[in-house]
Design a binder for this molecule. Sequence first.
Ligand SMILES: Cc1cc2nc3c(=O)[nH]c(=O)nc-3n(C[C@H](O)[C@H](O)[C@H](O)COP(=O)(O)OP(=O)(O)OC[C@H]3O[C@@H](n4cnc5c(N)ncnc54)[C@H](O)[C@@H]3O)c2cc1C
Length: 400
Amino acid sequence: MAAAISAHNEGARVLLIERENRLGGILKQCIHDGFGLIYFKERLTGPEYAGRFIEDFFKRDIEYYTNAFLIEARRSAQSGYELLLQSARGMIFVNAKTIILACGCRERTSRQVFIHGERPAGIFTAGTAQYLVNIMGKMPVKRCVILGSGDIGLIMARRFTLEGAEVEGVYEIKDSPAGLARNISQCLDDFDIPLHLSSTVTRVFGSKRVEAVEVCKVDKNFNPIESTKRTVPCDALILSVGLLPENEIAESLSIDIDPATKGPVVDQTLMTNLPGVFCCGNALHVNDLVDYVSQSGTSAGIAAAGFALSERELVPVTYDKNDFLYALPQYYDKTKGGDLTLYFRSRDDVKKRKVEVFADGKLLKGKKYSRIVPGEMEVLNFDPEKEDFTGITVVMSPYG
Ligand SMILES: Cc1cc2nc3c(=O)[nH]c(=O)nc-3n(C[C@H](O)[C@H](O)[C@H](O)COP(=O)(O)OP(=O)(O)OC[C@H]3O[C@@H](n4cnc5c(N)ncnc54)[C@H](O)[C@@H]3O)c2cc1C
C-alpha cells in the first residue's frame, strides 16, 4: 500500500494485486502493539497501523484487486511486463510498464530445520498459530514448546499464556536470542516463560497428534549434547525459526537473488537487475519493524512511477542478416535523443564495403571500409537528429 500510494502520488496509474480478501498483509493478524513508533511516532497495533494505510489508500482513486493471485509475470514482446492473475473473476491478464514486488516473506518450516519424527498434527509455524488464534479465534495448543526465539515466537508465547495455555519454554540454538530485546522482556520475562539458549528440539513424538518433544543443549558447533537430552510432554511444537523473502515471482523472472538476503539484488532506487521491476518490504529482505517496510515501499513507488512515466519512443534499428552478424543497439529512444553509437560485426570476411545508416531513407552516416572481418567489431557514431522518422536501417554494399 505504501508503494501504491507513493506511485499514485507521483502521477502513475497503479493496480494493486492482493491474493487475500482484505488489504493489510500480515499486519492483520499482529494484534499486539508496538508498530509505527518510527513512521507515525505512535504505538499502534498491526491492524491499526495497516488501517492508517488503508484509509490513505481509499482516499485515492487507486485500482486494486483482492482475491487475486499473481501466478506468473513475464517480459512482454514490446516493452514492460505481462501479468497473469488467478482471481475470483477468473483469469486476468494485465500489462504493466513496471512491477513492484511487495509479496512479503514466508516462514521456515520443520523440514528446513531437520527435526526427526513423524508428522503428527500439532506442529505449527508461529505465524500459522498467530493466524489461528487472532483471526480464526481457535486455540491450537494446551501445552507447547516453542523452537526459535524469533519475534513472532516470542509474541505467541505471550499470546498463548494470556489465552490459558502453558508454554513450557522457548528453545534457541544460538547463545543469544534472535528477537528484539523488548519482546524478550515483555513476552517472556513478564510471564516467567523460560528461554533456553544453546538448546534445540531434536525429535517429535506422537503419531496422530504431538505427544512430546525431545530437547537438548548443543555445543558451540550446534551439535546436540546427548547427555542433556530430555523429553517434554506437550501437544504442540511452535516453530519460530526464521523468515525468508517470498520470491517465486522474482525467480520466475530470473531476477538475480542475493544469497545473503535471499531477496533480489537491487540498486539505490530498489530496482532489480530487470529494468522496471522493483522490490520492497519483506520480499526484499526481512525487516524487524514494519516502519522500515513502509519506508522502502514509499521509495520503490516513487522510483517505479518515475520509470513508468519516463516517456520512451523506441524506433527499431534493422540490418540485413546476410551482411551483418549483428548491429547494436536494437532500438533508438527518440525521446532521449543524442548520439547513437552503433556497434556491428560483418557476417563474412569482406573487402571494399561501405556501411551506411539511414533514417527512413535519409542518409545519416556512411563509411568506407577496405576490409571488414567478423572477428573485429566496428563502431559508427552519429547523431540521428530529432527528426520524425520511424526506423533506422544499416546497409552494407560494395564500392569501387
Ligand atoms: C507471521 C508474521 C508475523 C509478524 N509479526 C510482526 C510483528 O509483530 N511486528 C513487526 O514489526 N513485524 C512483524 N512481522 C514482519 C512483518 O511481516 C513486516 O513487518 C511487514 O508487515 C511486512 O510487510 P510486507 O508488505 O513486506 O509483507 P506482508 O505484510 O506479508 O504483505 C505481503 C502481501 O502480499 C500478498 N501476496 C504475496 N504473494 C502474492 C501473490 N503472488 N499474488 C498476490 N498477492 C500476494 C500477501 O497476501 C500479503 O498480503 C511479521 C511477519 C510474519 C510473517
